[in-house]
Design a protein around this ligand. Sequence first.
Ligand SMILES: [Zn+2]
Length: 137
Amino acid sequence: MKKIKSKSGVTAIFAAIAVVGLLIVAAAGVRQIRASTTTTAAAAPRLTLDPGQFTGETRQAYTVAEKHPELLAQLDCYCGCEQHEGHKNLLDCFRTMHGAGCDICVGEAVTAGQMYDSGTPVDQIRTALQTRYGHGG
Ligand SMILES: [Zn+2]
């Protein structure tokens, strides 16, 4: 009798440990999810620089980049940065100060933004930029 009783006592302790263990795992999981959510929100990437720090056309260009990153990502930059800076598209020019010092980048972004806002399809915008800024491209 005594033996059986003590055995079930041990089982109960193990069960309790298992429950506590599960709770700890669950709590850690929740904390992890919460942490990753917070990280994502905090790091919500600003793709391009804040237009507020610029003026005039440069500001307009950075505003276009901020409003329509998906547009600029589909357009080429003809200022030569694709060779020299490893830029992949016009959006890259506005991730840094590069765009602020380049009339071509600024001109392209402002032109693209105006055409886009008036409903011009992206492939027509691309062609227009190529004609205006491309080197016989
Ligand atoms: Zn550029």
